[in-house]
Design a protein around this ligand. Structure first.
Ligand SMILES: [Zn+2]
Ligand SMILES: [Zn+2]
Length: 114
């Protein structure tokens, strides 16, 4: 991402994708409403397209695809958060270990008893 601010046109372009979930367009090839969405190709499909050209792809209903994408986004965000926590824990452990080594350089007297 660049640091320059978005122009009005660019912001508008981001706000309105070429296709809309609310008002589905029609498939030029089959004349059916684009009610499906292929997650592999990231494009809207009609039922015929889904059955013919996108068999084996992850095809969802448009409304479900919107939900699913949100879910994927949330999952990846959670993953990032988890990784951050892990990183902090590792840093903390390293910090603790180095401090421990500096301050208490005594021979270990209390052995583990089972
Ligand atoms: Zn079609
Ligand atoms: Zn596809």
């Amino acid at each position: 991402m660049s640091c320059r601010p978005l122009t009005g046109a660019e912001a508008e372009g981001l706000a309105s994708p070429p296709w809309s979930v609310d008002s589905p367009e029609w498939c030029e090839e089959h004349g059916e409403s684009l009610s499906m969405f292929c997650l592999d190709d990231l494009e809207p499909l009609c039922k015929q397209c889904a059955a013919v050209s996108h068999a084996g792809h992850r095809v969802y209903l448009l409304t479900e695809a919107a939900t699913d994408c949100k879910e994927e986004l949330r999952t990846s965000l959670n993953g990032l958060k988890k990784r951050k926590t892990h990183f902090e824990k590792v840093t903390e452990t390293c910090d603790h270990a180095s401090r421990h080594n500096q301050v208490e350089r005594q021979p270990q007297t209390n052995k583990m008893h089972f």
